[in-house]
Design a protein around this ligand. Structure first.
Ligand code: BGC
Ligand code: NOJ
Length: 811
């Protein structure tokens, strides 16, 4: 069953039934200020960091689900309803939620009143703007009462939920005109406050939750709304909130629009106060002034639209398949931007207090984003590399606000350093900007330890070389990409986290075949990069190490029909036919085939055939098989999950594209495409009831074939799946690859695809690439013409400007 439809023209997903199988959300904001907004206006706002600067309160895993947000209530002659259906849940005459590119518009109608609510964060603005348009569609005069409502979070979202003995006494607000100011802790160590404003005179307000909602009422029936009046309450401690009360009279056919602004302000120490205990409101008033008319708001929304036109204008596909077009041109790119901004911090599955920016995650996110805003990718690379340790090891995560490594989340993941090479190489290939390699970048954020970014890459490369195990394969450390394959943790205490428990690497023989494959792929890239900047000796040294690794994988990492996954602490095989459970794993098949290890001898083909036979199912490729059915202490968290979920034989969508790319390495276009479609959300819209999460974005995990309900997805939005699928489909299936000397064209498609076209902006010029496959092949280029001139090889040369016609004939 479907709960809406795609409106590709407007780049929106339109939800027409509010009771989606799970809240279907959107993200607002592009740089510093962000909001999450569900299809019933649930969610919250924060400045930069969902843990340290949360503006509005949100309670996760609540009953009912998705309770709390920025709510509007209408009391129309005693009938109380909300435009987003929730929280009132009054049956509406009309409901529609349009999630677009960084904006959401929710419209509800009841008894002849239509309420259209628009939410967005204007560019370069630390505020969420909300436009409420009320229309009287009847032939009678209507007098209605409009209430806004949201709850302030006391900044530190973790403390907000657990330190009630203090927090219930600290809340402070001010009200001036139609603006409610939240200033808790401002008089001591904070230099920031928040405000909620409406651009009209109000008939009352509330700032104290108990006065507005009532102590035993729910959000669906706030006392003030039911009684049809505000109490002008002033919060002192307890739970500060912000609610405006406006009496609205509408003539037949008349519309009125109100603009609400929810903003965040930072003041300099010397500018904090207007007078004693009265905050300096000038900067807030300046923001309010920028959005105090409908015209100004429309103009800001237009700017946002143009911004997205520009971002999404860089790669435009015309394939003849609407679903593929909308994923490539709109939603997959949009999700890549969101993951780049959020890493894994705040979604409806990530509570915004546990995880900041991941070292490996953010490097991978970059490959789906770097073409959109390369300058931001550059800064991100420097930020990430700055948290690296001098020996190449890494903080696994850092906090976006401080940009400092966060030790409390765990470390010692030996794949981490390799991803930096991926990030940097992707950036240079897209931009041609080699100067980034000369940037002086600190270690552990200590500038006195700074070395060039190129040195960071050398040190990353060496981190693998310096940490090899008995078989010449990379030692795994706490874990590799698979956070749950914890070969050195031996945890028997349910109170400890696998991510932070002691990492017993002393005397360990635990090696990772996945890191070996990763090392071959990015080690090779490091060799190529070193050559390009004239470091010939270093390139030669590195090539020798890569070659040794290839040999080690062939002799110690091959199991007969597929690549082994690892060796455990004791040196026993993991992911071998010899094992009873977990005989085969996806990650090493992906990385070793992407690396082309043993391609000539047929190893890649064999490994991928084994994937098809043992790991593939109706909904995608599972991570391992057979699933673990009991806890294996020497394997760790992977064996804690019930069979078919998460890292234990779930369809971990992040790694499916590794197999797609592997398939393109051996030229099997049908297989790559089949795997792409299986997990791609637009193709799953019709089974939304089963799939559960949004049909416009990827989920991290779909329950695998051993699960109770195969096909059910979880953890949508913040996942490396977004970047990897975009990378796989654009660069390996469609085959348009940014490279140092131009755009390399190497499609690998189903034989029955006749043609497709891609418009690609690249280093200042635009390329209209038409790929024709009348020969009906999977891979291979018979000829390449640029502006009518035949080229040697398959790289479109660089132009500094202009539009260029590229004709690719496969065969
Ligand atoms: C999850 C992983 C995640 C890790 C780190 C584990 O419980 O299964 O997917 O990466 O936690 O937060
Ligand atoms: C999610 C984490 O964010 C990512 O870093 C990890 O690689 C996967 N889970 C697999 O465990």
């Amino acid at each position: 069953m479907k709960y809406g439809y795609f409106d590709d023209e407007r780049r929106e997903y339109v939800i027409t039934n509010p009771q989606t199988p799970w809240p279907w959300i959107n993200y607002l904001g592009n740089e510093d200020f962000f909001s999450l907004v569900s299809n019933s206006a649930g969610g919250y706002a924060f400045y930069k960091d969902a843990k340290f600067r949360r503006l509005t309160r949100y309670r996760y895993n609540n009953v009912p689900m998705d309770n709390g947000g920025r709510y509007f209530y209408i009391n129309d002659g005693g009938t109380v309803w909300s435009p987003g259906w929730k929280p009132c849940k009054t049956e509406l005459d009309k409901y529609e939620c349009r999630h677009g590119m960084s904006y959401t518009q929710i419209t509800g109608a009841k008894n002849g009143i239509e309420a259209e609510t628009l939410f967005f964060i204007p560019l370069k603005t630390w505020a969420e703007v909300q436009k409420v348009k009320l229309t009287n569609t009847t032939s009678d005069v209507k007098k209605i009462k409009l209430f806004s409502f949201m709850e302030w979070c006391l900044w530190n979202a973790e403390d907000d939920q657990n330190n009630l003995q203090r927090n219930l006494s600290t809340g402070e607000v001010e009200v001036k005109g139609s603006t409610i100011y939240h200033k808790t802790e401002y008089k001591e160590r904070r230099n920031h406050y928040a405000f909620y404003h409406v651009n009209t005179a109000i008939d009352g307000y509330d700032t104290d939750r108990e006065s507005f909602v009532g102590l035993y009422n729910e959000f669906s029936e706030p006392k003030a709304v039911i009684e049809g009046r505000a109490t002008n309450s002033e919060a002192h401690g307890w739970s500060p909130v912000a609610s405006h009360y406006i009496e609205v009279e509408l003539q037949p056919g008349e519309s009125k629009e109100f603009i609400f602004v929810l903003g965040y302000i930072e003041n300099k120490e010397e500018d904090k106060w207007e007078t004693k205990n009265v905050i300096n409101k000038q900067p807030a008033e300046a923001v309010i002034e920028r959005f105090n008319t409908v015209e100004k708001v429309e103009a800001a929304l237009n700017e946002l639209r143009l911004y997205w036109d520009t971002l999404l204008g860089k790669i435009v596909l015309e394939s003849g398949d609407d679903k593929l077009n909308r994923m490539v041109n709109i939603w997959n790119q949009y999700q890549c931007m969101v993951t780049f901004n959020m890493s894994r911090s705040a979604s409806f599955f990530e509570v915004g207090i546990g995880r900041g920016m991941g070292f490996r995650d953010s490097n991978q996110d970059l490959i789906g984003f770097v073409h959109q805003v390369p300058e931001r990718a550059r800064q991100r690379i420097i930020d990430i590399a700055s948290t690296q340790f001098p020996d190449g090891g890494c903080y696994h995560q850092y906090q976006p606000l401080t940009k400092r490594g966060n030790d409390a989340i765990g470390g010692g993941f030996n794949d981490d350093p390799m991803w930096l090479i991926l990030g940097v190489v992707s950036y240079i290939k897209e931009t041609g900007d080699f100067s980034i390699l000369d940037e002086m970048v600190p270690f552990d954020n200590d500038m006195s330890l700074a070395q060039t970014l190129y040195d960071h890459l050398t040190i990353s490369f060496n981190h693998v070389v310096n940490n090899l195990g008995p078989n010449g394969l990379p030692l795994i450390g706490r874990a590799d990409w698979n956070d749950c394959l914890n070969l050195n943790c031996f945890s028997s205490d349910p109170n400890e986290s696998f991510q932070t428990t002691e990492n017993n690497t002393e005397g360990s023989k635990a090696e990772s075949v996945m890191i070996a494959g990763l090392f071959v792929v990015y080690g090779q890239e490091y060799v190529e990069l070193s050559k390009r900047i004239g470091k010939v000796d270093e390139a030669e040294r590195a090539q020798t190490e890569v070659n040794k690794m290839i040999e080690a994988v062939k002799s110690k990492g091959w199991d007969g029909e597929w690549f082994l996954r690892a060796y455990d602490f004791y040196g026993n095989k993991v992911g071998s036919d010899e094992n009873e459970e977990g005989k085969i794993f996806i990650e090493s098949q992906g990385w070793c085939t992407m690396a082309g290890i043993g391609k000539e001898e047929g190893l890649c083909e064999k490994a991928l055939d084994s994937v098809k036979e043992r790991l593939d199912c109706d909904y995608g490729i599972v991570l391992n098989n057979p699933a673990f059915t009991k806890y294996v202490i020497e394997y760790g968290e992977i064996s804690t999950y019930p069979a078919g979920y998460k890292e234990n034989a779930g369809i971990f969508c992040h790694n499916n594209p590794w197999i797609m790319i592997g398939e393109t390495v051996i030229g099997r276009g049908e297989k790559a495409w089949e795997y792409y479609k299986k997990i791609c959300p637009a193709y799953l819209e019709d089974i939304s009831d089963l799939h559960k999460t949004e049909p416009y974005v990827y989920a991290q995990m779909i329950a695998g074939k051993d699960a109770y309900k195969p096909g059910e997805a979880k953890n949508s939005w913040l996942t490396g799946t977004a970047a990897w699928n975009f990378y796989a489909v654009t660069q390996y299936i469609l085959g348009i690859q940014p490279d140092y000397d131009g755009l390399k064209i190497e499609p690998c498609i189903p034989a029955d695809w006749k043609e497709f076209a891609v418009k690609r902006q690249f280093r200042g010029a635009e390329y209209n690439i038409r790929v024709v496959n009348s020969a009906g092949v999977n891979k291979g280029i018979a000829s390449l013409e640029v502006d009518g001139v035949k080229q040697k090889g398959n790289t479109v040369p660089l132009f500094d400007e202009g539009t260029h016609e590229v004709l690719v004939t496969m065969g």
